[in-house]
Design a protein around this ligand. Structure first.
Ligand SMILES: [Zn+2]
Length: 693
């Protein structure tokens, strides 16, 4: 249902319906409502140092919005910027390639209570539990410095070839992001201790090299000998240092990053193009992305040259030619190549890289993603496009892939602020990310199994440190970064999450109050010192039917089609209220190559059938359940003409459902709420035309 622009603005500040009738303006204000059409996408407890927001503080800070109350003092006069926001330089002037929308700085948005806040707080507790001296241990030993700290385990153990990726990388990014998201000073201090300790290690190396493993890993990489992923690890450390500079103003971290880039320059320039391509055949991490970001921050174009040395031709050329040759590739290591391409486009305007990013995104989202938004099976894309029926198992959808695809999505949305991108983002956030952190201890998942009858497994606090522990630690620290975007005249409300936004440049604040997804809608209240004319663009998700909106209690005569943005332009005054109704309904999503394998969704939520509890010893420590350890789940019989008629809502608790007319009782809940139960997402559905509707 795509609505046409029903209401237009005329010169006399009156508002006209599509049928030509004058519609009474609300309290003398002007609305200009239109839609941005889109295609349908498949697409706690408070701790010291973290500021909560209250209605009172909201109004107070917004009244003083032009002073940027939430911005840390150290950053107010600083040119620091989010690298995603940072424009390219042209003749000394800053310019952004293709960007139509931009995220707000993270310190302009604060989370309120809800599932996102629960995930963030679990992550924050986990980060606060990690002692800096243990994080630094292997770095110090590797640099020849003494350390008596207890080594960490898992992928940070002293004999693991990936050691340092979390301790000196993801940890710093996560702490920096968490500080930006909620102002946790203790975490910032801990991260600063780690930066200073890493600085001592780097000084001991004297070449700019900084790692927790010996430098001869790079000799092995150069010689084609077996080695895990040294550049992957270097990327994480460089990104962590850059985040400490960007979000915490840590100048030492930036200086250390420059030195590391200098070492990377020396190593890579000694190799011929062909030799470097052979190295990239082994691994590369997200080196190109962090070097692009270092250029964006410093303006030193040489970093762009180094970044290009990490372009994997064999991977990027087919994408540039719009050929899906992803089959057989490891998913999570290749997505960062595309994020880097997106970043390179933004910084240089080179269209080829935008084409690569857009084509790749469409292929992965439309052809290689499950109903949760996740992608990959056993870490790879193993099949042709659109073939997922053979790809259900205990090792589907690595969490890092979801993290990286969401990161890529933000770039594409910035270029073309189309609801399709944020529909995908919402899908992945609510179905893959919110359910993959253990709210009890902040443990992260590795794989999210989508074959029926399996269960979730979580990492151990000091003995896992998987790649997904790292991306998870970052993910739940930056849940505020996409709720709102903006351009010069408007705010995009992308996600329905209880939160508060401040836009000091406009003297505008927006408070979003919602219990979404328990609540099917949201309420936005404006606060501003002076009347301000801006457009507020509300995403109308692909799953909405018969939505509506009220402003100050009066229902508007127009609405936008699902999969688009509803734009409300008006002179807003403090206290103006927008009430958005987003009714949810049951719908089915089949696997693209087997319509008898069906998942049930309610609005944006994937519903999972819940079965027996899983023993604790099975829930912790493994990447996923062992193959073959699933329980059998019943086949569903359904009327093809009424494919959701076999499910009906329970009156209580909210968002619970039950099966009707099946061989055994079944209860269904949103997948993100399942923690220690076996579950089923995809059901084998047989035809039963007699199934009651
Ligand atoms: Zn991972």
């Amino acid at each position: 249902m795509l609505a046409s622009p029903l209401v237009v603005l005329n010169a006399s500040r009156q508002v006209l319906h599509g049928d030509g009738q004058i519609f009474p303006p609300w309290a003398g204000n002007v609305y200009n409502i239109h839609t941005i059409s889109a295609t349908k996408a498949r697409g706690g407890r408070q701790m010291a140092g973290c500021k909560r927001f209250s209605r009172r503080s909201f109004l107070t800070t917004v009244a003083a919005a032009t002073s940027s109350a939430l911005l840390p003092r150290a950053l107010r006069a600083s040119p620091l910027d989010d690298p995603v926001l940072n424009p390219r330089q042209r003749d000394g002037k800053l310019e952004r390639a293709g960007g139509k929308a931009r995220p707000f700085r993270m310190d302009q948005v604060r989370l309120g209570d809800g599932p996102c806040k629960i995930a963030m707080e679990a992550d924050r507790r986990y980060l606060r539990s990690l002692p800096p001296e243990r994080l630094l241990h292997t770095f110090r030993i590797n640099a020849g410095l003494p350390s008596s700290a207890q080594p960490l385990g898992g992928w940070e153990a002293p004999d693991c070839e990936l050691r340092g990726h979390y301790a000196g990388g993801h940890y710093l990014s996560a702490c920096a992001l968490m500080y930006a998201a909620c102002g946790d000073e203790d975490l910032k201090k801990n991260a600063e201790v780690v930066v200073a300790g890493l600085g001592q290690c780097q000084a001991a190396w004297s070449s700019g090299y900084l790692s927790a493993f010996p430098i001869d890993f790079f000799d092995r990489l150069r010689e084609g000998q077996r080695v895990w992923a040294p550049f992957y690890t270097i990327h994480k450390i460089m990104a962590g240092l850059l985040d400490m500079y960007l979000h915490c103003g840590n100048e030492q971290a930036l200086d250390m990053d420059r030195k590391m880039a200098g070492w990377v320059d020396t190593y890579t320039k000694s190799l011929s193009y062909e030799h470097m391509q052979r190295v990239l055949g082994t691994e590369y991490g997200g080196m190109s992305e962090v070097l692009c970001n270092l250029y964006a921050v410093t303006g030193n174009e040489h970093y762009l040259e180094i970044a290009q040395r990490f372009d994997k031709k064999q991977f990027l050329d087919p994408l540039a030619g719009h050929r899906d040759e992803l089959k057989g590739l490891h998913a999570n290591t290749h997505i960062p190549q595309v994020i880097a391409a997106a970043r390179y486009y933004e910084l240089t305007g080179e269209r080829r890289y935008r084409d690569i990013a857009e084509y790749f995104w469409n292929e992965v989202v439309d052809e290689r993603s499950y109903c949760t938004g996740g992608t990959s099976n056993d870490e790879s894309w193993n099949a042709d496009p659109g073939k997922l029926a053979t790809e259900l198992g205990p090792s589907t959808t690595e969490c890092c892939c979801a993290y990286n695809m969401m990161k890529l999505t933000r770039h594409l949305f910035a270029w073309t602020p189309n609801a399709r991108f944020m529909d995908y983002y919402e899908r992945t956030l609510f179905n893959h990310r919110l359910g993959t952190i253990n709210p009890e201890d902040g443990g992260m998942m590795y794989y999210l199994p989508l074959a029926s009858g399996y269960f979730k497994t979580f990492g151990k606090p000091f003995d896992s440190f998987w790649c997904c522990t790292g991306t998870g630690s970052e993910e739940y620290a930056k849940l505020t970064d996409t709720i709102y975007f903006h351009d010069d005249e408007s705010v995009y409300v992308n996600l329905y999450v209880e939160s508060q936004l401040e836009w000091p440049e406009k003297g505008l604040g927006v408070r979003q109050e919602t219990r979404f997804p328990e609540e099917q809608g949201t309420t936005l209240t404006v606060a501003s010192k002076h009347p301000v004319e801006v457009s507020i663009r509300l995403r109308i998700p692909y799953w909405v039917q018969n939505g509506s909106v009220k402003i100050n209690g009066a229902q508007l005569p127009a609405f936008a089609g699902s999969g688009s943005y509803l734009t409300l332009t008006r002179v807003w005054t403090s206290g103006d209220k927008i009430e958005l109704s987003l009714p949810m309904a049951l719908h089915i999503e089949s696997l693209p190559d087997d319509e008898t394998m069906q998942a049930v969704m309610y609005g944006p939520l994937v519903l999972a059938g819940g079965f027996e509890e899983v023993a604790k010893d099975l829930s912790y420590g493994d990447y996923g359940p062992k193959p073959g350890s699933q329980r059998q789940v019943p086949q569903i019989m359904a009327n093809p003409d009424q494919p959701t008629a076999w499910i009906e809502p329970n009156p209580k608790p909210s968002l619970t459902f039950r099966a009707v007319g099946q061989s055994q009782p079944l209860t269904m809940v949103p997948l993100y709420r399942v923690i220690h139960q076996r579950y089923a997402v995809y059901w084998k559905v047989g035809r039963n035309p007699a199934q009651p509707g």
